[in-house]
Structures are given as C-alpha cells and as structure tokens.
Write a protein that binds this ligand. Structure first.
Ligand code: F6P
Length: 423
C-alpha cells in the first residue's frame, strides 16, 4: 500500500487466483481488479502465466501442447506456472499488498499445488472462477482477444480461431469447477448474470465482490468535462459555489451541440451538487443525476481563496501541499486520497452503466476518475491535465482505454487560463 494511503488498518496480504477455461474473460476480470485496487492505493500486480509461457517457451504453441495427454507439455506448463507463482510470492514479500494469479488453474490438482505453496508463506488465497456457457460470449471473446493474441501473431484469423477452439477442447476434458472444500471463492457465471460466493468475508473482499457484480463487457464510452468557466474561475478562487461566467455559459451551449452530434440522447449525464456543473448540464436539455460524491475537492479553510492568498496567509499549508499534493489534506477539508475514497460508488456505477456516460465535474474529481479509467498510479492523479472547456472521450477497449480530447473552439480568454499559463 502507498505509505499511509489509507487510515491505519492492518491489511493481510492476499492473492486472487483466477480459474476458468480459456476465453472466459479471466484476464479481463483480473485486469479490472488490479486497476480498481491500485486506484484505491493497494500495491497490486497481476501475474499472467500465459506471458511467462510465451517468454520462456516461445509464442507459437499449437493446440496439442495443451493436450492433457501431452506429458512434456504438461510438465512445461507446470514449470512456467510455478515460475510465475514464485515471482508473485516475491512481489508480495517485497512490499506488494495484493496479487492476481492469472492462469486457467482448471484442475483441482493444480489449484491445490498453488494453494499449498501460498499456505507455506501464510498467504490468503481466494479463487475467482469465471464460467460461461453462452456460445455467443465465448465466440466474441475468442475473436476479440485470443485470435489477436501474441500466440497467433502472423496466423490468419480463421486458422487461429480453429486452433484456439481445439485448445479449449483440451482444457474442457480436464476442467473441474472449484469446490467448497478448496477454500473461499467467487464464481462469476456468464459475465455476472449470476454469482456464487463461498466464505467471502471482510471489508476488502466485500468491496471487490461488489465491484465484480457491476462488470459487463458492453462497449460504450465515458465522456468527461469540467463545468464551464465559473465566476470563481475568473477570479482565480478555488472551491465555492459560484455560477457560470458568460464564457462558461457559452461553453455549456457548445457542449450541448457536441453531445447532440457525437454522443446522442441515450447518454446518461451526471453532475455534482454544485451550481457550476448543474448550470452546464441544463444546456443539454436532458435529464441528469446529481451526485454529492462528484463535488469538487473540499478546500476546507482555504475554500474561496486564491492560491496566492493561501501562499501568503498560510505558507506552511501551501508548502505542505506543494510537497505532497496527493496526500495533503486541507485543514477541515480533503486530500486527493480522500476524493478517491469517496468516488468509489461512482466507479461502481460507471462500471455498471451500459449506456454512454457524460460526467460534468470538477478538476480534482475528474483527475481521480481519469486516473481510474486510464489506469494511472494514484500519485500521478493530482497532476493530470484536465483543462476547462475540453471534452475527454474515454473508450474502454478489451484490456485498456483509448482517449480522445475535443477542444472546443476558442472562447474569450479567462482569468483561469491566464493564471494557469503563469504557473
Ligand atoms: O481551480 C478550480 C478547482 O476546481 C478548485 O475548486 C479546486 O480546489 C482545484 O481546481 C483543484 O485543483 P488543484 O488540486 O490543482 O488545486
């Protein structure tokens, strides 16, 4: 965990061990867990056995390599699996908090081996099994990810798909679902249509399960923008609850055009409870949801001041923030770290929502959401560039997120822009 990242809580180390046939979305789920926990401040890393296999044995293994009857193949697969496991244990030993062991782990024997090695070092293990019998989902997954995997580089797609199906068939012969006697597990059925939990206890696991409950594979974009320029932005004052300036209102109507042309009326719009975001949203003439969790970072006793005033009146506070902007908490206010914690329900809803979402928010809050979407380390979050009058389109892909920025036609130069150029 980032030193002091969360209020002092003794956090036992934890390993999530993925289980499932190939093309059941294990890596997708594993990456989502890593991103979510890293964003919350846990030092989290994924260990993907497929990458170890490719690095040690080369990429182009035919399906027969995965046949349970192929003794040499079995031994080689077991060796790479154990190498990945040892690296995972080393990571946890050297300060990591949570690890995800991403492999098929499709037999009881293999899981017992992994669990026994983890038990030797006192590591708690939770199996995360993904089962899916919906042929449409499996087919989409094969085409979207596997046929393009480095395992099939340079191989025509149809041939790659055929070989991959044969590989799955080998695993199917030996596959055993996780049983209750094996320990705690979460079974995700048909990408979250149903979930089975066994011995899942404690705060952190409950949060991870809650998070997993909201995952889906529906492609859709997340749009983000700050509110239009406010009267406080013009004066260089932070916080407050000022209305939009004239320039801010002009931006709001430009934004409405962009949303109409590029996003459409199915968009789900969220704002904070503050006037400047609500006034911006009103121009869209669409329903919107007002979230307190989206309110700007609380500047506490500094609310309504300019940065120059803070530096003059409270030089120690100013300097402390300069030195550690992520952890610095304004007196009677918040830090970026606090903002991340309170945004957790927003993240769950962002994951759950299947329509495009437009968040009309504030600088610090959008930085935190951006860091989550783009999988940036939390410490970088206070420095992400989220200028006024720019729309960010974030489009989740199989394993990441693409970003596009739309800068709207120049509006009269505002005080905030002048101030930011002078910083
Ligand atoms: O200046 C606009 C603003 O949204 C303030 O209300 C807020 O305190 C600030 O941005 C957050 O940015 P930073 O963390 O860089 O001070």
């Amino acid at each position: 965990m980032l030193a002091g990242a969360l209020p002092s809580r003794t956090q036992p180390k934890l390993a999530f061990v993925m289980v499932g046939l190939p093309a059941r979305g294990k890596t997708f789920i594993a990456r989502k867990i890593v991103r979510y926990l890293s964003w919350l401040g846990y030092r989290t890393q994924m260990f993907n056995v497929g990458s170890y296999r490719r690095a040690r044995l080369g990429s182009h293994q035919l399906h027969s390599f995965f046949d349970p009857g192929n003794v040499a193949g079995q031994q080689a697969r077991r060796d790479v699996a154990m190498a990945a496991l040892e690296d995972m244990l080393a990571f946890l030993d050297e300060g990591g908090d949570i690890a995800i062991y991403d492999a098929t782990n499709s037999t009881r024997e293999r899981r017992a081996l992994v669990a026994a090695r983890c038990a030797e070092v006192g590591l708690e293990v939770v199996f995360v099994e993904s089962t899916c019998n919906d042929p449409k989902i499996v087919e989409t997954n094969i085409r979207a990810t596997k046929a393009r995997s480095p395992d099939y580089e340079g191989v025509p797609e149809d041939e790659a798909v055929r070989d991959f199906r044969l590989r799955i068939a080998h695993y199917e012969k030996a596959y055993q679902e996780v049983g209750e006697e094996e320990g705690p597990f979460v079974r995700i059925i048909d990408v979250g249509r149903k979930m089975v939990l066994h011995r899942i206890q404690g705060y952190l696991l409950a949060r991870v399960v809650h998070f997993l409950l909201n995952l889906h594979v529906q492609p859709r974009s997340v749009w983000m923008t700050r509110h239009g320029e406010s009267a406080f932005n013009v004066l260089g004052r932070i916080g407050g609850d000022a209305p939009l300036s004239g320039t801010g209102r002009a931006y709001a109507s430009q934004l409405a055009n962009v949303v109409r042309d590029r996003v459409g009326s199915t968009v789900v719009v969220w704002t904070s409870t503050l006037r400047r975001t609500i006034e911006t949203a009103e121009h869209l003439e669409l329903p919107f949801r007002v979230w307190r969790a989206l309110d700007e970072i609380d500047a506490g006793v500094c609310d309504g001041m300019t940065y120059a005033e803070i530096a003059r009146v409270m030089p120690h506070e100013y300097e402390a923030r300069q030195n550690d902007k992520f952890r610095y908490r304004y007196p009677r206010g918040e830090s970026y770290q606090d903002v991340i914690q309170r945004l957790e329900p927003v993240i769950f809803e962002l994951e759950r929502e299947q329509a495009p979402v437009l968040v009309i928010g504030h600088q610090a809050v959008l930085r935190a959401l951006y860091a989550y979407m783009m999988d940036r380390p939390p410490l970088e979050c206070p420095f992400v560039s989220v200028p006024l009058h720019t729309v960010l389109e974030l489009e989740p892909t199989a394993y990441g997120c693409d970003e596009r920025r739309i800068e709207l036609p120049p509006l009269p130069v505002s005080q905030e822009e002048i101030r930011e150029t002078m910083d």
